[in-house]
Design a protein around this ligand. Structure first.
Ligand code: C2E
Ligand code: MG
Ligand code: MG
Length: 736
């Protein structure tokens, strides 16, 4: 675009052709009405004839008063006025015309010859002074000239009016534009800015005029702004869509809203030049530009960006951002010959907590844990959430393993305190694997993978602690992976088996129950005990399927015992948290009982205290339904879990199984201070049966024998055995 310099100054000039028409032209080129005012009738008639001969339209007035009457009545453009008239004279008429009919032109036609009368007439507004007697052509020429001038003036007026309207229209459009529209002069100072500046930046337009643009640009963006504000190019090469920030007006009270705020704008600008005139080349006069407020869009973009690189639950960086930061940290460490640590953190038993307390509590736990983790970190560290309960931590600039170890230790210590969820205290712990750059890996992927492997290692060797990556972990890791796949296949290949361990009624020395304990006859590794695969099954969710199989097999076995006549033996089956929390758990148990034709009273479900505490309400309602169908309920490993015993009253409990750690310390039957004695006393109060687990020695049996109503289970009395052996045992008892 080219704009003329005059645009800037808002000065306009228009080509008005010179008034040259000295020759009288018929009608002066327009339809004008002339009023001839003279007290001499002859004079009036001759002027009229003359002017009509030139095509003018004339009216007559016999004197000043008559003239004023005609003026009041008719549209008149030009007065041919005599001065000396009786009554109202020419001067008075002119005064009235000046006051009331300003658009009527006056030519004085008079016999007055003095210079004073002529100047007085001109002072009173007359355009011309024609002295009597005159040549008819002179009159015609004077009239024609007056009418022509008048027509020109009218034209100019009309043009001004049009221009004003047009200016008004453009100003309206410019000021109501949603964008800031401005012009800078050649020095970069504002020459024009539209009203939009006020609502967007808080400035009045006058605040900007004459000031340099750099005063209004965020200092970090000056470079970019210079690029557009100094734009001299035009057309396609001009600046387009350049983004930067403008400062809003601060301090002054009415605009506090804008205080220390910036808006982001997108700007298009181009140079403005004068139109070339004659030999003069076009000249640069400034720039013209349009700035659009894109703050909203920027905020949306920032939000999207944030969401792309952050975990929205914990507000921590996500995997992508972590990889970015790690990449950067590796480059820096290489350059500075530094070390860095990558840690893989996995919460222990999170799945169980999540399944039992619900996802809302799970989320809350993750948020609390994220905060605690963050409190252990320095400024340059990056903690990211990379999966459900998995976090990655980058600790750059460390001197060696000890530094990383200290951070891990700090994390473990900091997480020790309980987290209160839904009124319950939950204890969390983390398994942390650590890989050090450069010795444990030099790329993002290898470092993360090795940290993960170290984490897996600690997880399968006791949890809650940290471990550094070591080469030999690779095989352990792969064993763990193949274990998980193995569990899946074991179900299909029927590699699981139930062993049964007898429970004895101590006073009668007879078997009153059997506990079903799962074994896995692994094709390569032989017979595996539950602790080698149950925790992993719980973590992976496979426990549901395994649990269903256990329940079904145990009930089938129980039925077969009954069919063989071994009555009065209860079957105890262990249940995991995930199983209990299944919505259809109780219905499934009842279905299995029905399927095998076993009475509910013959089945005892064992559950640990910890599982009960996760969701007491659910547990109560499920067990109540089961109890209504006779199914018994036992609390397993009693005494090592929660200290609160309030649940004993709310659950339909039948049996407490005292954890084997309590009997193990008993040396003789005189050991009365034992907790076993205390629990037995309490159980009697509550009308509960008691099974003492871990009876390994004769002294234990001796000790229990003196107590009444107690059942016992342990290697001394009978180890868990396969179904066949157990049948033999039952037969021997029956025969005895
Ligand atoms: P638990 O329910 O407390 O089972 C008793 C465990 O103590 C059994 O270990 C049993 O072999 C062991 N035991 C019995 N008498 C003695 C003794 O005198 N001394 C010692 N040191 N140990 C004794 P096992 O079979 O290895 O089972 C371990 C745990 O695995 C069980 O503890 C139970 O919590 C879980 N478990 C076993 N079978 C299943 C199952 O089918 N489903 C579920 N969810 N968990 C199971
Ligand atoms: Mg048990
Ligand atoms: Mg137990």
């Amino acid at each position: 675009m080219k704009a003329s310099a005059s645009w800037l100054d808002a000065k306009y000039s228009f080509p008005i052709s010179d008034y040259q028409g000295e020759e009288a032209q018929p009608n002066g080129g327009c339809e004008s009405r002339i009023l001839i005012v003279d007290d001499e009738a002859r004079m009036r008639a001759s002027v009229k004839d003359l002017l009509e001969a030139y095509g003018h339209r004339c009216s007559l007035a016999t004197g000043g008063a008559d003239a004023l009457a005609v003026l009041a009545r008719e549209q008149v453009d030009l007065l041919l006025l005599d001065l000396n008239m009786p009554g109202v004279d020419g001067y008075e008429v002119m005064h009235r015309v000046q006051a009331e009919y300003s658009d009527v032109d006056v030519i004085v036609v008079s016999g007055e010859t003095t210079f004073e009368s002529a100047t007085e007439a001109l002072r009173c507004g007359a355009q011309e002074f024609l002295r009597k007697p005159y040549a008819p052509e002179d009159l015609a020429r004077v009239v024609s000239r007056a009418l022509k001038k008048r027509a020109l003036e009218r034209n100019i007026q009309e043009m001004h009016r049009c221009l004003e309207a047009s200016e008004h229209r453009y100003r309206f459009i410019v000021n109501n534009s949603p964008d800031i529209i401005y012009m800078l002069d050649s020095e970069g100072k504002f020459a024009f800015v539209n009203d939009r500046i006020k609502p967007l930046l808080g400035y009045e337009t006058e605040d900007l005029i004459g000031r340099h643009y750099s005063e209004f640009v965020h200092k970090e963006d000056i470079q970019k702004a210079r690029f557009v504000f100094d734009e001299r190019r035009t057309g396609n090469r001009a600046s387009r869509n350049i983004e930067f920030r403008l400062l809003c007006k601060s301090s002054s009270l009415p605009y506090r809203y804008f205080e220390s705020r910036t808006i982001t704008i997108e700007m298009n600008a181009m140079g403005v030049y004068t139109a070339p005139e004659g030999d003069d080349k076009e000249r640069y006069v400034g720039t013209y530009g349009v700035a659009r407020d894109i703050s909203e869009r920027k905020r949306a973009e920032e939000l999207i960006n944030y969401q792309l690189y952050h975990d929205l639950l914990t507000n921590l960086p996500n995997r992508s951002l972590f990889r970015d930061r790690l990449n950067l940290a590796i480059s820096q460490a290489k350059r500075n010959k530094n070390k860095l640590a990558v840690m893989f953190l996995d919460m222990d038993r999170f799945k169980m907590i999540n399944d039992s307390l619900g996802h809302l509590a799970g989320d809350q736990l993750l948020q609390t844990v994220a905060l605690r983790l963050q409190s252990c970190l320095r400024d340059g560290d990056t903690l990211a959430r990379v999966g459900g309960d998995e976090f990655n931590l980058l600790v750059p600039d460390i001197a060696g393993r000890e530094d990383a170890g200290m951070v891990a230790h700090k994390i473990i210590e900091r997480l020790k305190g309980p987290v209160v969820l839904d009124g319950y205290e939950v204890f969390v712990s983390f398994s942390i694997g650590i890989a050090i750059f450069p010795e444990d890996g030099q790329s993002i992927d290898v470092l993360i993978k090795n940290a993960d492997m170290a984490m897996y290692h600690i997880k399968t060797h006791g949890k809650n602690g940290y471990e550094f990556f070591a080469d030999n972990m690779k095989s352990a890791f792969h064993r763990q992976l193949s274990l998980e796949n193995g569990i899946r296949k074991a179900l299909e290949k029927k590699e699981f088996e139930l062993f049964y361990q007898p429970q004895y009624d101590i006073s009668s020395n007879r078997i009153c129950g059997m506990e079903a304990l799962i074994r896995w006859s692994h094709p390569e590794r032989g017979l595996l005990l539950p602790d080698q695969f149950i925790p992993l099954s719980e973590e992976t969710g496979l426990i549901i399927e395994i649990g269903n199989w256990v329940l079904d097999s145990a009930c089938r076995e129980l039925k077969s015992w009954q069919q063989l006549g071994f009555n009065g033996v209860q079957m105890a089956v262990n249940i995991s948290a995930a199983q209990l929390m299944q919505p259809e758990f109780e219905r499934r148990v009842l279905e299995v009982l029905k399927k095998h034709g076993v009475a509910g009273e013959q089945l005892e479900i064992e559950i640990t205290e910890n599982i009960l505490m996760k969701d007491m309400d659910q547990a109560v309602s499920k067990f109540q339904q089961l109890a209504a169908n006779g199914v018994r309920m036992a609390v397993d490993d009693f005494g090592i879990g929660y200290s609160s015993l309030s649940y004993l009253h709310s659950l339909p409990l039948n049996t407490l199984k005292i954890d084997r750690s309590f009997i193990s310390g008993i040396e003789s039957k005189k050991d009365h201070s034992s907790i076993v004695t205390a629990v037995l006393a309490m159980a009697r109060e509550l009308d509960l049966e008691v099974v003492v687990e871990g009876v390994e020695r004769e002294a234990h049996v001796d000790y229990l024998r003196q107590l009444q109503r107690v059942r016992a289970q342990g290697f001394f009395l009978g180890r868990p055995e396969p179904a066949e052996e157990v049948r033999k045992l039952l037969r021997r008892q029956q025969d005895a």
